[in-house]
Design a protein around this ligand. Structure first.
Ligand code: 3EB
Length: 325
């Protein structure tokens, strides 16, 4: 019933994954020696914490067709389309127009291929907290994304994709996206101001994303694409201590899951998590709190990364799944 699932594998088990025509996407977490030109192959250039070497595999229930359209690489299976776009930055203070262009291309490709609904977007670029031309680069990115989404979406505030925006150490803006033939349902978090309503103090254009997107793939088959979730209540960052930020983040995740559970006949369970943290830390302690708070032990990948607000130390995103048993 689900058109695809997402799993983590050890890198050694994934050497020939792209030979399989049911692989929709294969994400590595550092630059491979030779760049792979397969449209299904992506890189998130962040060091993995904890000593293992993980790859993320999106497995399709059906054979996949691949191609490149408007400079966007894609792989589709007739229900969903995986898209990726990497653009070199021609100047450090031109992130806004570059982001707007990248989003325009994503939409152009997704529409042309018949998957007009962006469900989830992952954004990665370097020096996310650096000021350039009087504006923090994350805020410049937000302005460019806002510009494109306002132009592309007819109902902006109710059809925003779920997202995360993460700082890397490598040049280039990288966007990965999941698009559907049919729309999902936007979910907001009752503990948090909707990001698209953040006040002006967080930048000239507010971040355009929804807290999660719920997608029904059958009457009792749901995916919840969960945006990057951090220690923010209302619109304000909370706590300076990492563990306190983690606990607040987990409260937010629970509230978000509860909100989505009101719309599904079966409970949604966290199925896969990505934890971005600024520094290396005691992963066992983190893992234990996550398992306890969510009452679930989903496969979890820890990546070292910059978060989009300077004071935030940790952010968690992922996928929750509800299915009839
Ligand atoms: C926040 O809640 C924390 O700009 O796409 C989380 C998820 C965050 C997505 C984005 C930013 C984004 O505002 C940061």
């Amino acid at each position: 019933m689900f058109p695809f699932q997402v799993v983590y594998r050890d890198e050694t088990q994934a050497a020939r994954a792209l030979d399989d025509e049911r692989v929709l996407a294969l994400i590595r977490f550092r630059e491979p020696a030779a760049p792979l030109i397969d449209p299904r192959s992506g890189v998130i250039p962040l060091p993995e914490l904890g000593g293992s070497s993980t790859v993320e595999v999106w497995l399709s229930a059906r054979p996949v067709r691949v191609g490149v359209t408007h400079g966007v690489s894609h792989a589709g299976n007739d229900a969903v389309l995986f898209l990726q776009c990497r653009l070199d930055e021609y100047a450090p203070d031109a992130l806004q127009p570059l982001t707007a262009m990248a989003y325009r291309r994503l939409f152009a490709a997704a529409r042309e291929l018949g998957y007009p609904h962006l469900l989830r977007v992952w954004n990665y670029f370097p020096a996310i907290n650096r000021e350039c031309g009087g504006l923090e680069r994350y805020r410049a990115f937000c302005a460019g994304r806002h510009q494109a989404l306002v132009a592309e979406l007819t109902e902006f505030e109710t059809h925003l994709p779920a997202a995360c925006a993460i700082g890397t150490d490598e040049p280039g803006l990288r966007l990965y996206a999941l698009a559907g033939r049919t729309a999902g349902i936007q979910i907001e978090n009752p503990r948090q101001t909707s990001a698209f309503h953040y006040p002006r103090q967080y930048g000239p254009r507010s971040p355009s994303f929804s807290r999660a997107v719920l997608k029904a793939w059958g009457e009792r088959h749901h995916h919840l694409y969960i945006s990057g979730t951090a220690s923010i209540v209302g619109h304000a960052s909370q706590h300076v201590d990492l563990m306190a930020q983690l606990d607040e983040t987990l409260f937010n995740l629970r509230a978000l899951l509860a909100q989505a559970n009101r719309l599904t006949p079966e409970p949604l369970r966290p199925a896969l998590l990505k934890v971005y943290c600024r520094s290396d830390l005691d992963l066992a302690a983190l893992r234990q709190r996550i398992v306890q708070a969510l009452d679930a032990d989903p496969p979890t990948l820890f990546l070292q990364a910059d978060i989009c607000r300077r004071e935030l130390l940790i952010e968690i995103e992922g996928l929750a799944v509800g299915s009839a048993s």
